[in-house]
Design a binder for this molecule. Structure first.
Ligand SMILES: Cc1cc2nc3c(=O)[nH]c(=O)nc-3n(C[C@H](O)[C@H](O)[C@H](O)COP(=O)(O)OP(=O)(O)OC[C@H]3O[C@@H](n4cnc5c(N)ncnc54)[C@H](O)[C@@H]3O)c2cc1C
Length: 464
């Protein structure tokens, strides 16, 4: 009866066409990108504006049904789909899809900012900014589906953090529907605004547990006229760090430093039928990109020649969008190529650069002790951010393996979640990433803003 009443209220709130309940309609919303997480939804609701989002939130809270906010559903920690199995909330779950919140306001060129609906994809936002002569300071391989709301909710990082920072640095303000249906609107674009707590800042990285983001005001940047990329083959991860260090002091416009290993690169080559990118075959590869107002291809080539110091450095420099895209395919296709081999255990972590090679060696040892398991690591080198993908881990051993790898990360003073968030995947290990005092403060915030635990239960905080 309650479910029947809730569905009627949801239809009233967003219109019957936007309340999906048929199995065929909801399938794409209840299973995550990795296919590891799946749950059941009472309904998938697609509100068209902020008032409709507020009505949906209020109806779910009144019915004691959990609400799972979802943008592009490209998250990699299971936070964007309903919970499955024993941890599913007893009264059921509703998925709130933000994809219809896709309004893009004109770019404010003088302020170098834009306001975008939560459901706008990163790719659409990038095109919109470019048309106004500016660019978004954030990029990631899931750009075609990942949304502004999802990026803010996960405090996404990506490939250009080295120069522009994580999502938190791009968000000037947010519009958010809180768990009781009230709307908090901070979209003035004022960078200087020290009146009380920074509510938008609090919601950035909250993974749908504190409110539903309906719009974001984002910073934009000039788009430098010259851009060049280079792929460098190196003998080890340590050597890749040395090249990065040398480029840091030589290239003012360095934007990207992506690390790949031979195993990952070979997998991508097989998946996309690509040739070998360099003359030689190397244990590790570094993809770098620089942008500026002077000729970046020459600057990159000169810097790499200096790094080689007369020795041999196997590298290729690419200029122009086509040539650069050719190099980027080796990096961007990693996640998708790995997914063709099965459902990996994905561990997105960060460790200080000084201990990164040692950490990778320890992961190799851990993997060697598990027959049939293989590790493919790649990531954003400048932040010490590695995506450790473990293939072939038995379901029964997944928690043990996760705990061991995250334990190594913590022992090295690293972060157990660099950019993907905790979601449900890493919630059980929250205490490895935050002190008891931290966790108590986080819980106090959650309890104050969402006392009925309507929003994304099971995400960030471990289930009792
Ligand atoms: C191929 C690939 C490459 C990737 N590369 C990167 C990378 O380089 N860096 C990186 O950081 N991430 C990366 N990701 C992860 C993912 O794309 C990002 O986390 C992205 O920000 C998620 O956006 P989304 O719209 O798909 O969010 P979803 O997957 O829909 O949701 C993610 C989380 O945010 C919450 N959420 C979504 N929208 C809202 C909203 N409007 N209000 C409140 N909560 C919301 C959800 O409840 C969930 O907890 C990658 C993923 C893939 C598949």
């Amino acid at each position: 009866v309650t479910e029947h009443r809730l569905l009627a209220e949801l239809r009233q709130a967003v219109g019957p066409a936007h309340v999906l309940t048929e199995a065929g309609q909801v399938e794409g919303y209840v299973v995550d990108w990795t296919r590891r997480y799946r749950g059941e939804a009472v309904a998938v609701v697609r509100p068209g504006d902020t008032a409709e989002v507020a009505a949906v939130v209020r109806a779910c809270r009144a019915a004691a049904v959990a609400l799972v906010p979802q943008g592009g559903n490209t998250g990699l920690v299971g936070g964007s789909v309903p919970r499955g199995g024993a941890s599913a909330p007893p009264e059921g779950q509703v998925v709130l899809s933000t994809r219809r919140l896709d309004r893009l306001e004109p770019v404010d060129v003088a302020a170098a900012q834009v306001t975008a609906g939560a459901g706008v994809t990163l790719e659409a936002l990038q095109g919109h900014a470019r048309a106004a002569g500016l660019q978004v300071g954030l990029d990631l391989a899931a750009r075609g589906s990942a949304t502004v709301g999802g990026i803010a909710a996960t405090n996404a990082g990506g490939e250009r953090v080295l120069r522009y920072g994580v999502a938190r640095a791009q968000v000037v303000g947010l519009e958010v529907v809180l768990a009781d249906g009230t709307v908090v609107r901070r979209l003035s674009g004022l960078v200087k605004d020290n009146v009380g707590y920074d509510l938008a800042g609090l919601v950035v990285g909250s993974e749908g547990t504190l409110g539903v983001i309906t719009a974001a005001r984002l910073r934009l940047f000039p788009d430098p006229p010259s851009r060049a990329a280079a792929l460098v083959g190196v003998a080890s991860v340590g050597a890749a760090i040395d090249v990065l260090a040398a480029l840091r002091t030589r290239l003012g416009g360095l934007e990207v430093a992506e690390l790949m290993e031979r195993t990952g690169l070979d997998l991508v080559r097989a998946h996309l039928a690509l040739g070998q990118p360099l003359a030689g075959d190397h244990p590790a590869y570094l993809l770098v990109e620089a942008a500026g107002s002077t000729d970046q291809a020459t600057a990159l080539a000169e810097a790499l020649a200096e790094v080689a110091a007369g020795g041999a450095l196997d590298a290729v420099v690419a200029e122009g969008p086509g040539e650069r895209a050719r190099l980027w395919r080796y990096r961007d296709a990693h996640t998708e190529a790995i997914a063709t081999l099965g459902i990996p255990l994905k561990l997105d972590v960060a460790v200080p650069l000084a201990v990164l090679p040692a950490f990778l060696d320890e992961v190799s040892e851990l993997v060697a002790a598990r027959p049939g398991v293989r590790a493919i690591a790649f990531g954003h080198l400048a932040e010490g951010n590695l995506h450790v993908n473990l293939l072939g881990v038995a379901d029964a051993d997944a928690d043990q393996t996760t705990g061991e790898v995250l334990g190594l990360v913590a022992a090295h003073g690293g972060s157990i979640s660099a950019e993907h968030g905790l979601g449900v995947a890493k919630a059980p290990w929250l205490a490895l990433g935050r002190s008891a005092a931290d966790v108590a403060a986080l819980r106090a915030v959650k309890g104050a803003l969402d006392p009925t635990a309507t929003l994304n239960p099971g995400v960030i905080f471990p289930e009792p």
